[in-house]
Design a protein around this ligand. Structure first.
Ligand SMILES: Nc1ncnc2c1ncn2[C@@H]1O[C@H](COP(=O)(O)OP(=O)(O)OP(=O)(O)O)[C@@H](O)[C@H]1O
Ligand SMILES: [Mg+2]
Length: 487
């Protein structure tokens, strides 16, 4: 139906229609790159209704894509979408049983245009994964979280910098050994036994002996001060919390499935997605638990950083980032990333049951809520399916907004019969009144989200209410539009 069946062709103009919400209301590439949030209760028809329509239109338009998996069966689902869109040959599966591997540290070290961003990018990747680790251990969302996050970031930054200065390369086992061999007291820094056995000390010596530019010399002094003065001077408790947060995260990456997938060779990189590959990270969270979540967040973060650097003049193929059950994969960086998506031609699609899931995923509390609200604000199109979550329904109704509503009323009553009328067999005339009252109320009432159709036989139709900030749909003349999706 759409003109991009040939995989070498893809839309470049933001106004190109990809699909339609009504006869008069097209959904364009520009709309897609402003992001979509799909919400609805379990079984409301997110995946089989709006999700299926969006996936099909993106695949048919030749998009590359990264698909994060929460549930088993997501790969098979995308396989069927790709088959229907004629894109099977672009589909790749990243899973332990498959040959694809991605050494994320090598990729950062060897990527084109290597520059000052190297340490930043590696620190960013670890910090994103660490957010998930903190969430798992229930540490996220604490009031003093900012301090611990900064302390962890400082440790990772110094360890990465030191390894690169000393060895010119970086690996997960070396990072681990360096951190656990850092001195724990000022006395230890001067002791022979620490100096002879510690990888940290060896790296400091090696980095010291290498020729350096003035900038590198300056960075080296900061690293030396950190490991020889600041780190050993931390209180035992603080140091052990920071260290164990880091080692528990690195420990998971450093063994088993993740070591095999992310710490060996590399035969696929995020750039493949820009070339049109649809990469499904098939380590569903429901099966692989924390390991699956780490793998997907690693891929998501590497993809986000890579796509932000892309050169659209060379290759402007649109790509999508797909996350069903997105609450498992959302991290604080997502809202920042979302602000650059339009320029980088990235269409984000996040499907989740309700807003509370995302608040909780981002640590809850005021900060988690603020981060989630900012992300929601940056996903410009929202599709609401049936939901019984009062928080989400109220949230959706508030988002759509209030306007002047008119209530009609009518009443009619008979006066008590009076004696003479009764005598003549006449009835008194009824008192009738009718009117229209005006008041400000929700355009879509929260309860209306509870009554949307959820699909399934016999009609296989899913109702949704589509909202788009800054758009007036031609069909309704409003910022929202009721849409029926075929399953
Ligand atoms: N192709 C289809 N044809 C008819 N009915 C379907 C089809 N796919 C799913 N259904 C039914 O439609 C309903 C909605 O399913 P769907 O999986 O889309 O919900 P969902 O919102 O994605 O739920 P969850 O949050 O649990 O993933 C379910 O009752 C499901 O059994
Ligand atoms: Mg679903």
């Amino acid at each position: 139906m759409w003109p991009f069946r040939n995989r070498r062709r893809f839309p470049t103009k933001l106004g190109t229609p990809l699909c339609a919400f009504s006869k008069h209301d097209k959904f364009t590439l520009g709309d897609a790159t402003e992001g979509i949030l799909v919400q609805g209760a379990s079984g409301a028809g997110k995946s089989s209704g709006s999700g299926k329509m969006l996936a099909h239109s993106y695949l048919s338009a030749g998009f590359g894509g990264l698909v994060l998996c929460a549930k088993m069966g997501e790969y098979k689902l995308f396989e069927s979408y790709c088959r229907a869109a004629g894109r099977l040959k672009d589909l790749r599966r990243f899973a332990p049983s498959q040959p694809l591997r991605f050494n994320f540290l090598d990729y950062e070290l060897n990527r084109k245009g290597l520059g000052a961003g190297l340490t930043d990018n590696i620190v960013h990747l670890f910090c994103e994964v660490m957010q998930i680790a903190e969430r798992q251990s229930g540490q996220g969302g604490r009031e003093d979280e900012g301090y611990w996050r900064r302390a962890n970031r400082q440790l990772i930054r110094n360890a990465v910098d030191l390894l690169i200065m000393a060895k010119g390369r970086i690996s997960v086992p070396d990072l681990y050994r360096l951190v656990i061999s850092a001195p724990t007291s000022l006395e230890q820094v001067g002791s022979d036994s620490w100096q002879q056995s510690s990888l940290c000390c060896k790296c400091l010596d090696e980095a010291d002996s290498r020729p350096k530019t003035p900038q590198q010399q300056h960075d080296f002094e900061i690293v030396t001060d950190f490991f020889c003065l600041e780190w050993p001077a931390l209180s035992e408790k603080t140091r052990s919390v920071v260290q164990s947060t880091f080692t528990s995260m690195i420990d998971v990456i450093h063994r088993g499935v993740l070591a095999e997938l992310f710490c060996g060779q590399t035969n696929i990189t995020p750039e493949a997605i820009e070339e049109g590959t649809i990469l499904v990270v098939d380590l569903p969270v429901k099966e692989f638990a924390e390991v699956g979540q780490f793998a997907q967040v690693l891929w998501k973060s590497a993809f986000q950083r890579s796509i932000e650097r892309r050169n659209l003049a060379k290759n402007g193929r649109p790509v999508f980032l797909w996350a069903d059950e997105a609450q498992y994969f959302i991290t604080a960086y997502d809202m920042q990333f979302q602000t650059t998506c339009r320029a980088a031609r990235v269409a984000t699609v996040y499907l989740t049951q309700n807003v509370s899931n995302v608040y909780a995923a981002l640590g809850g509390g005021d900060q988690g809520k603020a981060q989630a609200d900012s992300l929601f604000g940056n996903l410009n199109t929202k599709i609401f399916h049936a939901n019984s979550c009062p928080v989400t329904n109220e949230w959706a109704a508030t988002l759509i907004g209030r306007s002047r509503q008119f209530l009609t009323n009518a009443s009619s009553n008979h006066q008590p019969e009076n004696g003479s009328n009764n005598f003549w067999g006449l009835q008194s005339a009824p008192n009738t009144s009718a009117g229209v009252s005006e008041h400000i109320d929700f355009e879509v009432q929260p309860r209306q989200f509870t009554t949307l159709r959820r699909g399934g036989p016999p009609r296989c139709e899913v109702d949704g209410i589509v909202f788009q900030g800054g758009r007036r749909f031609r069909q309704t003349g409003k910022t929202w539009l009721p849409v029926t999706f075929r399953q």
